[in-house]
Design a binder for this molecule. Sequence first.
Ligand SMILES: [Zn+2]
Length: 165
Amino acid sequence: MRLALAQARAALDTGDVPVGAVVLDRSGSVVGTGRNAREATGDPTAHAEILALRHAAATMSQGWRLAGTTLLVTLEPCPMCAGAVLAARVSRLVFGAYDERAGAVGSTWDLVRDRQVAVRPEVIGGVLAEPCGALLLDFFAGHRQPGTAALGRPAKPDADRPGAG
Ligand SMILES: [Zn+2]
């Protein structure tokens, strides 16, 4: 998760919401990394998880099936990324901060543990949640107007959040 946090911090360089992700293979080796790059690429689907899964599939050269892998991400995945976790057959999903507005792994929806899902990944949430969440709060605090920077919800909750995870 510390490597995912480093990816998240790197997203700040391009003005992207700081979310980072890492994929580990069965042996625990890093086979994919990704960070939110919507601003950097202009691609609305360039979430950290999507890019990390693509990277892992290319690295592992075993096709699109990523069974046996673990995806670590600093923020609870959104519906698109939760769907990608299922599509890729990821075996274990570990995430940091909960996204109470748009999280699809227990907060707003729970797609990966839906009864309709045949093969559900193991899920571990809240790992290093404090530093993962603090990075996001700092980012959104910096985007507020002066004088409104009290910690808590973004000043314009519908403008920037959510969707980077
Ligand atoms: Zn996402």
